[in-house]
Design a protein around this ligand. Structure first.
Ligand code: FAD
Ligand code: DHB
Length: 391
């Protein structure tokens, strides 16, 4: 098979880039390790920046998102033993907002879009390997149903997530890695219940962080901070609801509607960046190059900014023979990635309980939130980062 751009990974990053390029007549293929059903069974992000929503529309996959997604103009932070303060995103970001729409639905829309437009996907691509990346004729090999497949291309895009092969194809001497691992994870539950609040609630509590989110007015998504040693099997639904209630202000806990979990999983929290994001004719995008702890809802949104830069760089190359965007991709993408890293680190350290903190550090943490809600400038800094910095 011969294409212009071979994209490894059929998650949101790879699918979005492929769809955008396909609509401009640039030939791509997506090689995905799993089945479509498997990819669509993962419950992950729920909050999209307005810039991401705009890219979905440009990819002609935004119709259902605009119909079923919810525009949120603010969220709450519960702190200080029972206080609930609202962050008015619209006011403090100069009129912006976020879209609440599940990653699962967005991925489904991208798969449906590419099926309609006839863009090819190879599912269950096993043993994907990248070759000759520093030559001008790179190629990718894999196996499908036991048969060997070779894809010749101009460029390879590694959009295969944190555990993919693409980043590992960059020689160790070239790649520089930056990492922080947090001493806890998030236990998440999805339930077919009415959300406890029409807007998200991030709760900082002495028992640990909690988050009340939603997918729709009949589908709720909740998270609680748990030690890394906990396993999902340790948590019955009843134990989860009881712990969540204890971390919420009393009047919120009183109106919490509980029900059977339809998904329950634990995600460890980690910050990670790999530099550079380009090696020869390989470009990394999304979780393949960087991950953030989920607190600031930046992960998927950082992937979208990579795709924005890469899409425009590839358009300039194929339409005008201009390679400046490709040459600057790593530098430009990383500048924004690091801002998302900073914000995610700040949200995480401000809202979680760190078991090793001294009483002094706990006081500083409480003061951070007290200061936030006493300063319009501090709220402005939070709001502009949460709705998404400009691309
Ligand atoms: P992925 O979604 O990981 O997709 C990579 C794809 O590549 C997968 O389909 C995988 O099967 C495939 N693949 C892997 N290896 C190979 C291989 N060898 N060959 C071929 N294919 C391969 N982000 C936000 O912005 N907002 C949020 O609210 C938010 N909440 C989150 C909550 C949780 C609990 C978690 C875990 C994450 C959250 N995120 C959030 C982060 C977000 O989900 C990720 O940043 C996003 O999935 C990245 O997309 P991606 O396409 O780069 O990678
Ligand atoms: C969700 C996840 C997040 O990490 C976040 O900050 C907000 C919402 C969610 O899954 O709904």
């Amino acid at each position: 098979m011969k294409v212009q751009v071979c994209i490894i990974g059929g998650g949101p990053s790879g699918l979005l880039l492929s769809q955008l390029l396909h609509l401009k007549g640039i030939a791509t293929v997506v090689l995905e390790k799993h089945t479509r059903e498997h990819v669509l069974s993962r419950i992950r992000a729920g909050v999209l920046e307005h810039g991401f929503a705009a890219l979905m529309r440009e990819a002609q996959c935004g119709e259902r998102m605009d119909r079923e997604g919810e525009i949120h103009h603010g969220f709450f932070i519960a702190h200080g033993g029972g206080r609930m303060d609202r962050v008015d995103l619209h006011r403090y970001s100069g009129g912006n907002s976020v879209m609440v729409y599940g990653q699962t639905e967005l991925t489904r829309d991208l798969y449906d879009g590419r099926e309609k437009s006839g863009a090819p996907t190879v599912f269950e691509a096993a043993d994907v390997a990248l070759h000759d990346l520093t030559s001008d004729r790179p190629f990718v090999t894999c196996r499908r149903n036991g048969e060997a497949l070779r894809v010749d291309c101009d460029y390879v895009v590694g959009a295969d997530g944190f555990h993919g092969v693409s980043r590992k194809s960059i020689p160790a001497g070239v790649l520089r890695e930056y990492e922080r691992v947090y001493p806890f994870g998030w236990l998440g539950v999805l339930s077919r219940t009415k959300p406890v609040s029409p807007e998200l609630i991030y709760a900082s509590h002495e028992r640990g962080f909690a988050l009340c989110s939603l997918r729709s007015q009949v589908l709720s998504r909740y998270y609680i901070q748990v030690p890394l040693s906990d396993r999902v099997e340790d948590w019955t639904d009843a134990a989860f609801w009881e712990e969540l209630r204890r971390r919420l202000p009393a009047e919120v806990a009183a109106r919490l509607v509980t029900g059977a979990s339809i998904e329950k999983s634990i995600a460890p929290l980690r910050s990670y960046v790999a530099e550079p994001m380009r090696h020869g004719r390989l470009f990394l995008a999304g979780d393949a190059a960087h991950i953030v702890p989920p607190t600031g809802a930046r992960g998927l949104n950082s992937a979208a900014s990579d795709i924005y830069y890469l899409y425009h760089a590839m358009l300039a190359h194929y339409q005008h023979g201009d390679d400046a965007g490709l040459d600057l991709y790593s530098q430009k993408a990383l500048a924004r990635v690091w801002k998302a890293q900073r914000f995610s680190w700040w949200m995480t350290t401000t809202l979680h309980r760190f078991p090793a903190n001294s009483p002094y550090e706990d006081k500083l943490q409480a003061t951070e939130l007290a200061y936030l809600f006493s300063s319009e400038r501090a709220l402005g800094a939070l709001a502009e980062n949460y709705v998404g910095l400009p691309f």
